[in-house]
Unconditional design. Structure first.
Length: 311
């Protein structure tokens, strides 16, 4: 297991460096600059600003200096928030984003797992067709459509929940969490159904039924562990996707998270903030994929044995 983790970590290093390199040159190739949206700046002031942030250096030198800095854990200063470093802004926005992602994945699991299990148990019945059809609609509906619909219905028409904010008004975390978690609830429901159907068709499940065990006992004791293994494999990319894709929901509901800083940075051509957020999100994606693989190996004795044999 240790060698497996070490190998994955070593594979992640060049991936992060490649992400940083590609993002650096794509950002610099985009039209406009970090000071283009400011008021008319005298040429001498603009020269001083470019000199201060080393934007007057050759591009290759800027790249080498930046790569040297991020290897040391320094993402540089923010162009938009001049009094803060990118690291400080990431730290400030990370907690709301993590909290939002936690509530979203919790909602997805609480809705998706029971729905998928019920659909598998009641295969080819109304309790299978209706949830799976609803799940397909959920998969097809993007967050930038679902969010305003929920906001309009529950926030404005019915007035049950706040329309914006985070941690200031009771209930202000419900709509963002549901918006972000709905599509993943739909995926989990369909994946869980498929995994459960595969396990329920195994010989040992037929034997358990022949012994007269109840359906609840068969599902919870004998089938659940194997049935949710595909869901666990999906959770790594799902959590990473929640973190990386939260910027839409954070913008709609005015959540002061990392995704919102990302959007602000993109509009303001804040080079260092865009790069810092991209690299950090890439790191989170790699981390949660690794954690999902570790849990999957732990739950699957066959995979553990294969890793031990490889040695």
């Amino acid at each position: 297991m240790f060698l497996f983790i070490l190998k994955r970590v070593l594979q992640a290093i060049p991936v992060l460096l490649l992400v940083a390199t590609v993002t650096f040159f794509m950002v610099r190739a985009a039209p406009g600059g970090p000071f283009d949206k400011d008021r008319a700046i005298p040429p001498e002031v603009l020269t001083q600003l470019n000199k201060r942030y080393h934007l007057d250096d050759p591009l290759w030198k800027q790249y080498m200096d930046y790569m040297s800095s991020i290897i040391q854990g320094d993402f540089g200063p923010s162009f938009k928030f001049a009094s803060h470093s990118v690291t400080e802004l990431i730290a400030a926005g990370l907690l709301p984003t993590l909290e939002l992602s936690f509530y979203a994945i919790l909602f997805a699991l609480l809705v998706g797992l029971p729905t998928g299990m019920l659909a598998a148990i009641k295969q080819n019945t109304l309790l299978d067709y209706v949830p799976m059809s609803t799940a397909m609609i959920g998969i097809c509906m993007p967050t930038f459509v679902l969010g305003p619909i929920l906001l309009l219905v529950f926030g404005i028409w019915l007035g049950w929940l706040p329309v914006a904010g985070w941690g200031q008004i009771p209930g202000d975390k419900i709509l963002p969490s549901i918006t972000l978690g709905s599509v993943y609830a739909a995926y989990i429901a369909r994946i869980c159904r498929g995994g459960m159907l595969e396990i329920l068709s195994q010989d040992y499940i037929r034997t358990a039924r022949a012994k007269g065990l109840s359906t609840i006992r068969i599902v919870l004791v004998h089938a659940l562990r194997g049935g949710i293994t595909p869901v666990i494999s999906f959770l790594g990319p799902a959590v990473a996707g929640l973190l990386a894709g939260s910027f839409v929901v954070e913008s709609i509901f005015q959540v002061p998270g990392l995704g919102r800083y990302y959007v602000i940075a993109a509009f303001n051509r804040d080079y260092t903030m865009i790069l810092g957020c991209t690299i950090f999100f890439a790191f989170l994606i790699i981390l949660f994929n690794l954690l999902a693989d570790i849990v999957q190996v732990w739950l699957n004795p066959k995979l553990r044995q294969e890793l031990e044999e490889r040695g």
